[in-house]
Design a protein around this ligand. Sequence first.
Ligand code: AMP
Ligand code: MG
Length: 375
Amino acid sequence: MKEKNNLRKTLSVFICVACCSLFVSCGNSNTGNADKTKDNESGISASEIDKKNGGNNDDDYAASRDIFAMDTYMTVKAYGSNADEAVEEAIKEIERLDGMLSATDKDSEIYKLNMNQGGSLSEDVSYLIERSKEIYESTEGTFNIAIYPIVEKWGFASGDYNVPTQDELNELLKDTDFSKVNYDKNNQSLLYETETMKIDLGGIAKGYTSARIMDIFKDLGVTSGIVNLGGNVQVLGTKTDGSDWKVAIQDPLDEDSYIGVLKTHDKAVITSGGYERYFEKDGVRYHHIIDPKTGYPADSGLISVTIVCSDGTMADCLSTSLFIMGKDEAIAYWKKHSSEFDTILYTENNELLVTEGIADQFTSELNITIINDDK
Ligand code: AMP
Ligand code: MG
């Protein structure tokens, strides 16, 4: 059986920064090591300049770190005099959230909730349940964190892959009704109606994490920074020269290539695709994004969906959701919510569709169809 997970996704996501290109690559990953990047025309590192200036008070001063967490490689980068502290705090936050939100780590809050049919919730998990419910409702059940019994059955939690029968899936689907995970907002607690129900925040956790890092950066006075959490990017402000960040969107058919580049600032740019994690059996590929209507990996005709949105948490939920919906439903959903986000849809027929709000900022060698909000 062949398998693939999103560890290699970062290989072909790269972000161009001021005077150099930062190629975010798992091969180059240097987990846990601080890195002062070269971001000035002279080519000497920012830390060297700081030494000359007697301090790191240069707006161009950059601090960056790579870390492996949430099952993927991540890069955090901040600019300015507080860059070092901002990056340190961001790394601590990633580790805290990873420990809390994992569905498989026996010490995590989510694992304990799943074992105990619910329980009281931390502020973070309470917020994530609330946001998940909101998107569950607005997507009519497509985004469903209670899908976990099915995710487990396919082996995506353990890596012990297997193709269930439709009867097995039908039986498990009975336990995936998110409305039976009772959320008490006042007491910040959950109560599952059946013992076999389980939740999984895999479709929202990274977007929430990048959003939290932006808050940490802002609290520390950082005005320019970028995080790449396994291909999910969020940027704060602009680059230090005032120009937009450039975020390349991975080609789902070729991990060493990209389908286009988006210029943006103050946004999350979050992508879902079946290529991120899958296994193959008897020549058939099965990926990790499950259509709650069937219990099968979504087969909607879309092979990649990118959401561009100032709210990273929402962007993550919606990239998963629109991927499952397919082109027509995804466009209809966007038209209802066009003030909240933009999207880049790529179909199995190599059709590339971009919503009007970002059409001017997205460039590609492929033909682009612009989707207008003509209702
Ligand atoms: P993403 O990469 O953000 O699209 O998230 C995919 C992950 O979300 C999967 O690996 C599962 O952990 C989880 N997931 C799968 N299907 C769904 C679904 N229908 N709704 C919510 N989460 C899902
Ligand atoms: Mg998601």
